[in-house]
Design a protein around this ligand. Structure first.
Ligand code: PBG
Length: 329
C-alpha cells in the first residue's frame, strides 16, 4: 500500500492548518520604530517610505495612544534634529532637553506602560553622518563608546526602559552596562544591534532622518569600517558572544529577510531573546511592488514576518507593525 504517510492530511482544511501551525504573529511580537521631529502638528510622509511619517511631539503623543489601543506595547525611537545643531562631536545627543529626551518623556506620559527603547548612535547628530566620532579620517572606537555611555545615561534619566546601541563599535555594550550600573540604572536594559551589516537597505531610513554619511575629503562615505561585511557569517557569532558576555539583554540582527541564516545561527547559539530589524529598504520594496500591483501587500507582509519569526526572531522591529496590528485586530 502506498503511501501510508500523506503529509497533505495536515493541510486539508484551515482548521487542521491552524492546529498544526508552528509560527504565529501577534502585536506582542513588535517594536514600532518612530521618527520624531521638532515642531507642532507635524505628520510628514517620508517619500521613500509610503504611509510612514515623521512626527512632532504632539502627534507622537496621539500615535502612541493609538498603537497601545491596537495592542502594540513597545516603541523604538529615532530623532531627526535640525542641521544647525549637528556638529562633529554630536554634542546635541547629550542635551537633557534634546528631542530624544523629550520624546521619551512624551511617550511615557501619554502611555506609561508603553515600553520605550531608544536608538543610541551619533549619526543623526553628527555633521559627518557617522555613528561615531570622526578624527583624521577614522571613526574612533573608544572615544565613541564614552559618548554612547553618556547618551545611554541621558536616555535612562529621561525614562527609557531599554537603550539600543546601533553603532557597532567594539566593547560598547560593556562600557554602557558599566555606566548604567554606576549611575544606579540596574533595570535599564540593553538591546544590542549585534550583527548589523553595512547594508544598502538602509537608504530610506537615512532619507527619513537625513543622516547619510556626507561627502567630505578623507572621511569614508560608508560605514564599512564598523558595520559588518554582508559576506560574513561566522563573524556574527563572534559579535553575538561578545555582546552577551558584555551584558546585552537582547541581541539583534539587521537587516531582516536577506539575513535569516544569521538569525537562525544566532538563535541556535545563545539563549537571550533575538530581535530582527526588518529595515526601511525591505519596507520600501514591498510598498513599491504593491503600489504597482505586482505583489499583494498584506499577504506578502505577513509571509515575510512569519519567515522572520520562523527563522528564530523573538521580536521584530518593523515599519509594518501598525498595519499588522490593524489587520489582526
Ligand atoms: C543608525 C541606524 C540606521 C538604522 C537604524 N539605526 C542606519 C544606519 O546605520 O545607517 C537603519 C534602519 C532602517 O533602515 O530601517 N545608527
Amino acid at each position: 500500500m502506498y503511501p501510508l504517510i500523506r503529509n497533505r492530511r495536515l493541510r486539508q482544511s484551515e482548521s487542521i492548518r491552524r492546529l498544526v501551525r508552528e509560527t504565529t504573529i501577534s502585536p506582542n511580537d513588535f517594536l514600532v520604530p518612530l521618527f520624531v521631529v521638532e515642531g507642532k502638528s507635524i505628520k510628514e510622509e517620508i517619500p521613500s517610505m509610503p504611509n510612514y511619517y515623521r512626527m512632532s511631539l504632539d502627534t507622537l503623543q496621539q500615535e502612541v495612544k493609538e498603537l497601545w489601543q491596537l495592542g502594540l506595547c513597545a516603541v523604538l525611537l529615532f530623532v531627526k534634529v535640525p542641521e544647525k545643531v549637528k556638529d562633529i562631536q554630536g554634542t546635541e545627543a547629550l542635551n537633557p532637553d534634546g528631542l530624544m529626551q523629550k520624546a521619551i518623556k512624551t511617550v511615557k506620559s501619554a502611555c506609561p506602560e508603553m515600553l520605550v527603547m531608544t536608538d543610541v548612535a551619533l549619526d543623526p547628530y553628527s555633521s559627518y553622518g557617522h555613528d561615531g566620532i570622526v578624527a583624521d579620517g577614522q571613526i574612533l572606537n573608544d572615544k565613541t563608546n564614552e559618548i554612547l555611555a553618556e547618551m545611554s545615561i541621558s536616555h535612562a534619566l529621561a525614562g527609557a526602559d531599554f537603550v539600543a546601541p546601533s553603532d557597532m563599535m567594539d566593547g560598547r555594550i560593556l562600557t554602557i552596562r558599566e555606566a548604567l550600573e554606576d549611575e544606579g540604572f540596574h533595570d535599564t536594559g540593553i538591546m544590542s544591534y549585534t550583527a548589523k551589516y553595512a547594508s544598502a537597505f538602509y537608504g530610506p531610513f537615512r532619507d527619513a532622518l537625513d543622516s547619510a554619511p556626507v561627502d567630505i575629503k578623507n572621511v569614508p562615505k560608508d560605514k564599512k569600517t564598523y558595520q559588518m561585511d554582508p559576506a560574513n557569517r561566522f563573524e556574527a557569532i563572534r559579535e553575538t558572544q561578545m555582546d552577551v558576555d558584555e551584558g546585552a539583554d537582547i541581541v539583534m540582527v539587521k537587516p531582516g529577510l536577506p539575513y535569516l541564516d544569521i538569525v537562525r545561527e544566532i538563535k541556535n547559539d545563545v539563549d537571550v531573546p533575538v530581535a530582527v530589524y526588518q529595515v526601511s529598504g525591505e519596507y520600501a520594496m514591498l510598498k513599491a511592488a504593491a503600489e504597482k500591483g505586482w505583489l499583494d501587500h498584506n499577504s506578502v507582509m505577513m509571509e515575510q514576518l512569519i519567515a522572520i519569526k520562523r527563522a528564530g526572531a523573538n521580536l521584530v522591529a518593523s515599519y509594518f507593525a501598525k498595519d499588522v496590528a490593524q489587520l489582526l485586530g
